[in-house]
Design a protein around this ligand. Structure first.
Ligand code: AMP
Ligand code: TRP
Length: 338
C-alpha cells in the first residue's frame, strides 16, 4: 500500500502468446482468464509474439491474419488497452536487438538443456538456430521492460529460469540493470484436448475455439473422447477419468457438475446428452466474447489503432532500457569518445 509520501508503483507483469489464430479453451483457461484478472492489481504488458512464431516455420501468408485473430481474442476476453499495454512483438525492434546482445551472456549449454528445445529439435532433421535461441528472445521480451513477474504455464518454468539466469549474468558482467523476474505459474494445469489425452493445442487439432458459435462448439465437442470403458450407453461411466466431465467443471454450475457425475456413474444419461449440455454451457459462457469479437472484426481499424498505441507505449519503455544497455555494453562509442 502507498503511504501517501512515496508514489505506489504497481508490479510490472509481462506475458506473451504465439499467434496461431483465435484462442482456444486451453489458452483461455490456462492463460488469458488469469491475465484479465491481473489487470487490476498489476501494471500489465501483453504481447503477441510473432518473432517467436517464425521459429516454427509459420506460413508468411497466414501469419498476419493469425496475429489479427489473436488480437481480437485478446480484446474479446477482456484484455483492456485502457489498463494494459497490448502490442505485437515485431512492432518493437528492441526485443530482437536485446536478444542479440543477450547472446553474449548466454551459454549454449544452458540453451541445449531446455526440454522444449530437445523436444522440438528431436523432431526435425536440421535444427534452426532460432529454436535453440528461442528462450533468449523470450528473456529479452521480459527484461526489456524490466518486468517483475511473468504469468505462464508450468511448461514455461524452465524458460523463466533461463531469463533469470540471463538477468543475473548480465548484471554481473555489466552492472546491476535487470530485476530477476518471478514466474507466476497458474494452477489451471494442463487442459486436455478433445482427444481426452494430449494437451489442447492448435498443432494437434484437438481444440475448441473460444469464439465459436454454439453449432460449431457442438460440432467439436461432439467428437470429444469420453471414458473409453463406457462403450454402451448402459455402461456406468467414470467421471473422474472423463475429459468431458473435467471441462464441465470449468463451464457448468456446481449443481450441474454434480448431476453430470451422478448420472454418468448411474448410466442414466448418455455421453451425447452430457456433451450437449457442455457445448451449450461453453457457448453461453463465451457469448459476451463473441459479441465483442464481432465488433472488432467489423472495425479492424480499431484493432490496428489499439496495437499501434500499444507498440508506441511499449517502445517508450524498451528504448530507454536499450539506451542503458548499449551504454553499459560499450556500444555507445561516439558518446564514450566524447
Ligand atoms: P500456446 O498457444 O501453446 O503458445 O500457449 C499460450 C498460452 O496458453 C501459454 O501460456 C499456455 O500456458 C496456455 N495454454 C495453451 N494450451 C494450454 C492447455 N492445453 N492447457 C493449459 N494452458 C494452455
Ligand atoms: N514461449 C511462450 C509460450 O510458448 C511465449 C512467450 C514468448 C512468452 N515470450 C514470452 C511468455 C515472454 C512469457 C513471457 O507460451
Amino acid at each position: 500500500m502507498s503511504d501517501g509520501t512515496t508514489p505506489h508503483r504497481k508490479k510490472r507483469i509481462f506475458s506473451g502468446m504465439q499467434p496461431s489464430g483465435e484462442a482456444h479453451l486451453g489458452n483461455y483457461l490456462g492463460a488469458l482468464k488469469r491475465w484479465v484478472d491481473m489487470q487490476d492489481e498489476y501494471d500489465c504488458i501483453w504481447c503477441i509474439v510473432d518473432d517467436h512464431a517464425i521459429t516454427s516455420g509459420t506460413d508468411p501468408r497466414e501469419l498476419p491474419g493469425n496475429v489479427f485473430d489473436l488480437a481480437v481474442s485478446f480484446l474479446a476476453v477482456g484484455l483492456d488497452p485502457e489498463r494494459a499495454i497490448i502490442f505485437v512483438q515485431s512492432d518493437v525492434h528492441e526485443h530482437t536487438e536485446l536478444a542479440w546482445l543477450f547472446n553474449a551472456v548466454t551459454p549454449v549449454g544452458d540453451l541445449e538443456r531446455m526440454t522444449q528445445y530437445k523436444d522440438k529439435a528431436s523432431r526435425v532433421e536440421s535444427v534452426p538456430a532460432g529454436i535453440l535461441n528461442y528462450p533468449i528472445l523470450q528473456a529479452a521480451d521480459i527484461l526489456v521492460y524490466k518486468a517483475d513477474a511473468v504469468p505462464v504455464g508450468e511448461d514455461q518454468r524452465q524458460h523463466l529460469e533461463l531469463a533469470r539466469d540471463v538477468a543475473r549474468k548480465f548484471n554481473a558482467a555489466y552492472g546491476d540493470t535487470f530485476p530477476e523476474p518471478a514466474a507466476l505459474i497458474g494452477d489451471a494445469g494442463r487442459i486436455r484436448g478433445l482427444d481426452g489425452d494430449a494437451k489442447m493445442s492448435k498443432s494437434i487439432g484437438n481444440t475448441v475455439g473460444i469464439l465459436a458459435e454454439l453449432d460449431e462448439v457442438w460440432a467439436r465437442v461432439r467428437t470429444a473422447v469420453t471414458d473409453p470403458q463406457r462403450v454402451r450407453r448402459t455402461d456406468p461411466g467414470r467421471p473422474e477419468v472423463c475429459n468431458v466431465f473435467s471441462l464441465h467443471k470449468f463451464f457448468s454450475d456446481e449443481e450441474t457438475v454434480e448431476d453430470v457425475a451422478t448420472q454418468c456413474r448411474a448410466a442414466t444419461r448418455g455421453c451425447v446428452e452430457c456433451k450437449k449440455i457442455l457445448a451449450e454451457n461453453i457457448a453461453a459462457a463465451f457469448a459476451p466474447f463473441r459479441e465483442r469479437a464481432a465488433h472488432y472484426r467489423a472495425h479492424p481499424e480499431e484493432v490496428k489503432r489499439i496495437l499501434d498505441e500499444g507498440a508506441e507505449k511499449a517502445r517508450a519503455i524498451a528504448s530507454a532500457t536499450m539506451a542503458e544497455v548499449r551504454r553499459k555494453m560499450g556500444l555507445r562509442w561516439r558518446d564514450a569518445l566524447g
